[in-house]
Design a protein around this ligand. Structure first.
Ligand SMILES: C[S@@+](CC[C@H](N)C(=O)[O-])C[C@H]1O[C@@H](n2cnc3c(N)ncnc32)[C@H](O)[C@@H]1O
Length: 274
């Protein structure tokens, strides 16, 4: 009897242990595959990643709002008003809109004729469409191959809206180190969790994840920042989210202004940082 009981306990323990090991192995395989998939996405150039998102309307785009629903005029008024006021009250010669997408919200900002606006993006089809629809004497669109093509660029105001929220932390750090110092002012706008759950170290490049440029690990010292709430109401579905507008001023910016080159015209090409 004792022998049978011991045998049963042994078999039961073996079955439980085997099930535990199997579930642990399954979980580990899933974690490794997911990590591998994310790493692959992070290694892929921004040109490939974002062209694919525009082509398939995956991640954040829709056929009506190619750059994302958050770029529609009805959800961007605080941003339009903020940028308009900044342009109207500061002496600017050049504005660069990095990651301009389909120029959906920025077309509602009035840029004075004596100010040059450059919308810059890695997605060729979007830039071509913007050129066709919106290009004017002082409104230009430029396609670049990667952030590295933008390193030689400098100017008065840099606008970066809803780009960091689609980037991983490493890309953002590279941008803050190498691009930001070339501009006098930067207005940066991204989804931001007011409760502070931002800047996840695992955020991949492509899908949206909330970012706060003033929080660790970036800790940018901004001149001012403000949160605004967006109340989405689409096809009977309602939800809300918050965005942060951060204004950064560079007191050391003395660099002369220089232009970005269209990737079609043969600029330096590099895949280093997307
Ligand atoms: C969510 S969309 C936002 C577009 C626009 N700023 C807006 O608010 O409507 C992000 C944009 O960033 C662009 N982008 C991502 N990485 C880039 C890079 N390295 N250089 C230039 N543009 C980039 C994408 O192609 C995409 O158009």
């Amino acid at each position: 009897m004792n022998f049978v009981l011991k045998g049963t306990i042994f078999v039961a323990s073996f079955v439980v242990a085997a099930a535990g090991i199997k579930s642990y192995v399954d979980h580990s395989v899933r974690v490794v595959c997911r990590r591998f998939e994310l790493e692959l996405r992070n290694l892929q150039s921004d040109k490939k990643t974002f062209s694919e998102i525009y082509r398939t309307h995956s991640s954040w785009g829709t056929p009506e709002h190619l750059s994302g629903l958050g770029s529609a005029k009805r959800y961007t008024m605080p941003c339009i008003e903020y940028v308009q006021k900044f342009i109207d009250t500061n002496k600017l010669q050049t504005i660069y809109d990095f990651g301009c997408g389909s120029y959906e919200w920025m077309q509602h900002v009035s840029v004075p004729k004596n100010v040059q606006y450059y919308g810059v993006d890695v997605v060729e089809s979007v830039i071509q469409e913007n050129k066709r629809k919106y290009e004017k004497d002082n409104i230009h669109f430029v396609c670049i191959d990667s952030t590295d093509d933008f390193l030689k660029c400098s100017g008065d105001l840099l606008i970066v809206k809803d780009v960091f929220e689609c980037w991983n932390i490493e890309r953002m750090q590279y941008f803050f180190q190498h691009v930001l110092p070339n501009f006098k002012y930067a207005i940066m706008v991204d989804y931001c969790d007011p409760k502070g759950r931002n800047n996840s170290p695992n955020s991949p490049t492509g899908p949206v994840s909330s970012k706060d440029v003033e929080a660790a690990p970036f800790n940018l010292k901004c001149k001012e920042s403000r949160l605004y709430e967006i109340n989405f109401n689409e096809k009977g579905r309602k939800w809300k989210t918050s965005k942060k507008i951060a204004l950064w001023e560079n007191p050391n910016c003395v660099r002369p202004q220089s232009n970005v080159t269209d990737s079609n015209n043969g600029s330096n090409k590099s895949e280093k940082n997307g």
